[in-house]
Design a protein around this ligand. Structure first.
Ligand SMILES: [Zn+2]
Length: 425
């Protein structure tokens, strides 16, 4: 059945559209964007007073399948994505087994085809087992559907291996996504190294652990000419270096997570593992640098780094807990709260950060409402008041610092390939 989304404010940065209009989807694709459309037998979604945007893309999530289905699976993760307004998600390869071969990539593609309610795009590993030594089967993974390579969760520590990876990725025209962390500098750390870590007697991860890796990689990116992307950037220096490289014309990009632009280490609840992630929540100075870099255009994508862990693992002593928090369902609301409502960026720019920004790195053929594009649409409110109750989450995990927070604005309905897959009750 066709779908007609009526009377919303359509914001499509890719086509330069920002006006009140209707969106008609037929056969799973955008058929028209114009005022006063009609279609006799279409399902009608009334978007009066709401924003109608191209389906949001999250280029950095962990779906935990195969291997850690007690934390999340492709179906539950995709439902959390839909409830967060995301229509496409890219899943990191740190599963069990690691997605370092066409076999695992194909498995994920096939499971997603049968179980996922949003589009799922696998990211292959850079090295076998993400062990950082031997390159994975990059060409074969691309053939099976991988859209990028990354060892996320771990960095590629060996510069020679990283150079080879960049060269291979360049020949396959794939972006390389690096989790920037010098493991020798971060070893043993549980939170950002600063006044708060000293006060609470916890071992610190210095900002330099991220900065030195970004610096090294930018040199290698220049050497190889490969498309290079910094995952979850969190420090002032790293953002400045990526911005410098970008201005030199290198194909270098970076993303920021909602938790890194919304929170700093001094806002952590002491010893609460819902605030434990990598990179850690940084200083207030770093956090404001991330916001500034988003506003200036140095950071071109918002990505959640949705990292589910079950309560049994997150309810240990702080030092023993795994790193990471879930984020799909709160990302849009946090972007509105921290970036748009205070006037740091416009609504138009926020939509770019969720659509054209990640699309330009991942090249999924999505992120626009142009006629003929896949019928992926995110409908959201900038005013709706709602409270996040993680116990109602679609994720299998509950690890978030945002439980109980009341937001102004959030997702209202999510349309994937012309079908409404989630709607706020
Ligand atoms: Zn990471």
């Amino acid at each position: 059945m066709p779908m007609l989304i009526k009377n919303g404010r359509v914001i499509d940065p890719a086509s330069g559209v920002d006006c009140v209009a209707d969106v008609l989807i037929e056969d799973g694709r955008i058929a028209a964007v114009a005022p006063d459309l009609s279609s006799p037998n279409a399902e009608v979604l009334d978007a009066t007073g709401l924003i109608v945007a191209p389906g949001f893309i999250d280029m950095h999530v962990h779906l935990r399948e195969p291997g850690f289905e007690h934390a999340e699976n492709i179906e539950s993760g995709s439902r959390a994505a839909a409830a967060g307004g995301f229509t496409s998600i890219c899943c990191m390869p740190n599963t069990k087994p690691v997605n370092d071969s066409a076999t695992v990539t194909s498995y994920i593609v096939e499971r997603a085809r049968r179980k996922a309610v949003v589009n799922v795009f696998p990211i292959g590993a850079i090295t076998k087992g993400s062990a950082g030594e031997e390159l994975a089967a990059i060409g074969a993974m691309k053939g099976a559907g991988a859209v990028a390579i990354s060892d996320d969760g771990l960095p590629v520590m060996n510069a020679r291996v990283m150079r080879r990876a960049l060269e291979f990725a360049r020949s396959y025209d794939l972006p390389v996504i690096q989790h920037c962390e010098d493991l020798n500098l971060s070893a043993g750390g549980d939170m950002h190294e600063g006044a708060a870590s000293v006060r609470w007697g916890l071992r610190g991860i210095p900002a330099a652990a991220e900065d030195v890796m970004v610096a090294r990689d930018l040199v290698l990116a220049q050497l190889t000419g490969a498309r290079y992307h910094v995952a979850h950037i969190s420090t002032r220096n790293a953002a400045a270096m990526v911005d410098y490289a970008r201005r030199q014309g290198l194909p270098v990009t970076c993303e920021a997570t909602p938790h890194h632009f919304a929170l700093s280490d001094d806002q952590m609840a002491p010893y609460d593992s819902n605030y434990k992630m990598k990179p850690p929540l940084r200083s207030a100075c770093d956090r404001s640098a991330v916001v500034e870099a988003i506003a200036s255009g140095a950071i071109t994508a918002i990505a959640t780094d949705h990292a589910p862990h079950p309560g049994s693992e997150k309810m240990q002593e702080f030092e023993r807990c795994p790193f990471g928090i879930i984020g799909l369902e709160t990302a849009l609301a946090l972007a509105l709260e921290v970036l748009v409502h205070p006037g740091k960026i416009t609504l138009h720019r926020m939509v770019e950060l969720f659509t054209t920004g990640p699309e330009s790195v991942m090249r999924l053929g999505r992120g626009t409402l142009a006629v003929g594009a896949p019928g992926d649409v995110t409908i959201f409110s900038t005013e709706l008041s709602w409270t996040y109750d993680v116990n109602q989450s679609h994720s299998r995990s509950r690890n978030t610092p945002f439980h109980g927070r009341t937001f102004r604005g959030g997702p209202v309905a999510t349309v994937v390939n012309g079908e409404c897959v989630w709607r706020r009750e």
